[in-house]
Design a protein around this ligand. Structure first.
Ligand SMILES: Nc1ncnc2c1ncn2[C@@H]1O[C@H](COP(=O)(O)OP(=O)(O)OP(=O)(O)O)[C@@H](O)[C@H]1O
Ligand SMILES: [Mg+2]
Length: 141
């Protein structure tokens, strides 16, 4: 496991800066797992990354389970929060999304169903430390 970035985020701009840096690292075929409490900034981070690719219609996919965006990069944006059984993921063809080497895939609440992922991914954890302040920690495995 490699530490890619660890920083405090006291205001939205801090998260945007982390996202802008991360956007320059990732490439098609990458899988990014996002974990952290409700409202910790997972969707905000994906939105900020996608802004770098000319994508401005990012929204939380929690009801749809997956959103697809197309800009200078193709993005799949999942949210596992409402998944009750792993078969729901197989039913929507999660593995086909993962096998699309032209796309970057983000998964919010990934730790709820971690057994479905391959061995290589980035993991981003958002942890509240005090009040609105968060720690963003990005690792690569
Ligand atoms: N430093 C910060 N970084 C990110 N978001 C922040 C920050 N400070 C305040 N916010 C606000 O916190 C909220 C984060 O919401 P967001 O939907 O991104 O959370 P989430 O982790 O995706 O939650 P959920 O688990 O419900 O999907 C946004 O309204 C954002 O404006
Ligand atoms: Mg979210």
């Amino acid at each position: 496991m490699e530490l890619v970035l660890e920083r405090e985020s006291a205001v939205e701009q801090d998260t945007t800066e982390a996202a802008n840096y991360f956007a320059s690292l990732i490439q098609p075929g990458d899988l990014i797992l996002l974990n952290g409490n409700l409202g910790s900034g997972k969707t905000f981070f994906v939105k900020a990354v996608c802004g770098n690719y000319g994508i401005n219609n990012v929204s939380s996919p929690s009801f749809a389970i997956v959103n697809e965006y197309n800009g200078t990069k193709k993005i799949y944006h999942f949210d596992f929060y409402r998944i009750k059984k792993i078969s729901e993921l197989y039913d929507i063809g999660f593995e086909d999304y993962l096998n699309d080497s032209d796309a970057i895939t983000f998964v919010e609440w990934a730790d709820l169903w971690s057994e479905i992922f391959p061995a290589k991914y980035y993991k981003i954890n958002f942890e509240f430390v005090s009040g609105e302040k968060r720690i963003i920690r990005i690792t690569k495995q």
